[in-house]
Design a protein around this ligand. Structure first.
Ligand code: NAD
Length: 259
């Protein structure tokens, strides 16, 4: 990876995004972290990332708002001089049968989980092209490759992110920019913890049974993927060794999609 780099990681106040932020900070990458919380609530996290010797700013751009996404990118370029890596990670979930799926939840999932990746990629590509180097990493999901019932909006958005990944990869392949999707299996983050009660209700089973028989039933390793493993994968995609990997869906899913 060329000298001091800057990354924007969306949805990085929690879970996978925060894990990638920690991995990137340890690797010497300056960061814009993002989430919907007030700055005061994220200050301890921001300051602890800076202990690794990098500069970290927090921007609470709402990933449902294209104007806020582009303003976050402009602010990052102004503060750091360049945005070399973007990690489109922000995401939400809602679990319900499709004929009962609330329209506002559908729209929010499509906006945050898919459209925001388009808006930030669009903002970031001109600078990456001008510098002849860039990394776009989309945190998709095993649900970009396979479906599960009751997650129609999420599965649609994640399949869409994979389509965006492949298309942009082709468009920028000659500019030193790679565009890839990481497809995690289940990671025990707040996003997953929150859906356990809803899944239990939708399937009429206990919460323990959701963990054992639904979530980890899909993962032959019978273990949650960790945020550290995903940070290591993202860092590899940023390395020069991964310069010829582009347009791929990279499962990190304990064997789930090998079924
Ligand atoms: P999480 O709930 O722990 O964190 C979500 C992050 O997104 C938080 O920082 C939150 O502030 C931010 N966010 C939510 N709405 C936002 C908005 N409107 N604008 C800006 N930021 C917003 O979730 P997670 O499990 O770490 O998931 C991160 C990504 O990984 C998501 O795209 C998710 O679909 C994907 N993923 C998660 C799993 C898993 O098992 N946890 C598996 C595969 C893929």
């Amino acid at each position: 990876m060329p000298q001091q780099k800057t990354a924007i990681i969306t949805g990085s106040t929690s879970g996978i995004g925060l894990g990638i932020a920690e991995g990137f900070a340890k690797a010497g990458i300056n960061l814009v972290i993002n989430g919907i919380e007030a700055a005061a609530d994220v200050e301890a996290t921001r300051a602890s990332l800076e202990k690794h010797g990098v500069k970290v700013v927090y921007d609470n751009a709402n990933m449902m708002d294209p104007g806020e996404i582009s303003a976050m990118h402009k602010r990052a370029e102004a503060e750091f001089g360049s945005v070399d890596i973007i990690v489109n990670n922000a995401g939400i979930q809602h679990v319900a049968p499709v004929d009962e799926f609330p329209e506002d939840k559908w729209n929010a999932i499509i906006a945050i989980n898919m459209n925001s990746a388009f808006h930030l990629t669009k903002a970031a590509l001109p600078g990456m092209k001008a510098r002849g180097w860039g990394r776009v990493i989309n945190i998709a999901s095993a649900h970009a490759l396979v479906a599960s019932p009751f997650k129609s909006a999420y599965v649609a958005a994640k399949h869409g992110v994979l389509g965006l990944t492949k298309t942009v990869a082709l468009e920028v392949a000659e500019h030193g920019i790679t565009v890839n999707a990481i497809c995690p299996g289940y990671v025990l983050t707040p996003l997953v913890e929150k859906q356990i009660p809803d899944t239990a209700k939708a399937r009429g089973i206990s919460e323990d049974s959701v963990i054992r028989d639904v979530l980890l039933a899909n993962q032959p390793t019978r273990q949650f993927v960790t945020t550290e493993q995903l940070a290591a994968t993202a860092l590899f995609l940023c390395s020069d060794g991964a310069a010829s990997m582009t347009g791929i869906a990279l499962p990190v899913d304990g064997g789930w999609t090998a079924h």
